[in-house]
Ligand binder design. Sequence first.
Ligand SMILES: C[S@@+](CC[C@H](N)C(=O)[O-])C[C@H]1O[C@@H](n2cnc3c(N)ncnc32)[C@H](O)[C@@H]1O
Length: 317
Amino acid sequence: MIFRAVCRIIALLLRLFFYHASAMPAPIVPYYRSSSRDFTLLHGDMFELLPQFSFRFDMVFADPPYFLSNGGISCQAGKIVSVNKGDWDKGRSPEQIDAFNRQWIALCREKLKDDGTIWVSGTYHNIFSVANALTALGFKILNVVTWVKTNPPPNISCRYFTYSTEFVIWARKHPKRPHRFNYELMKHINGGKQMTDVWRLPAIAPWEKSCGKHPTQKPLALLTRIILASTDSNAWVLDPFAGSSTTGVAANLVGRRFLGIEREREFVEMSRRRRQEIDNLAVFGSLRSRIKDIGLAEAQSPGLFAGEGDAAAELPF
Ligand SMILES: C[S@@+](CC[C@H](N)C(=O)[O-])C[C@H]1O[C@@H](n2cnc3c(N)ncnc32)[C@H](O)[C@@H]1O
């Protein structure tokens, strides 16, 4: 009698154990981590991965789908090309775009330190929706930077002005919690004058495509300025839509650490190659020398990209 009761309890406990074990997500295993542990890549869906771990980042940069792949055409390097970037960028209804932006921004907010900031890039297709989501979720918008491309592709329809700008919204997590802004550094980079919210920087250049092509790859100069403006050395930067990991490469070029999440295998592979490329000190030096802000920043304060920050903080996987 007692034996049977004990067996029943053991069976029940085993069933409970296996039920919970099967309901638990598998532990997170990075797709790639640099040997210096300053660059980690997760391969998967950010909506599934972000809720699975606890960690607070100093800054988030996100270049989410703009939802503009609707069968249009554009001109690139003198050739007519389709503007279809991939399934992840296919058009959705305004309501779907709003719901999408609200959902991913809420997940990222939980991963930001209380004094952290988020940068989100976009065009008119998504940027108003992003601004509304940020405000609704309690962020305070600090600036809307206009990135003026100094070499935009021509408008082949000749029926309206050439598209030559993108926007990057910068917001802090809490309306009342002070954020990091390297004001003096930005002023120095801008020749001693306050830097404005209009940044004239070239569009992506061929030297940035040495490891393959991502259809919406951002220039390293843009990401470097964003990171230098709003973080200290050793800071942790998250990019939930990493693509080819321009954010991670820029972060490492200036001594910051990076976690990127990307769903497409082709692009995590490209990201890995881009990071491994800068393990070669000659390439590391050559990329840095092509980004004007880095030279200017180092001239102002040598050693700016080393030391400080919370070097001990490590990702939980
Ligand atoms: C606009 S691109 C980012 C490009 C990146 N800034 C760069 O410089 O290479 C957006 C990326 O997000 C990825 N993506 C879309 N939905 C995703 C999701 N739910 N989770 C993770 N990645 C996603 C796409 O595959 C695409 O590579």
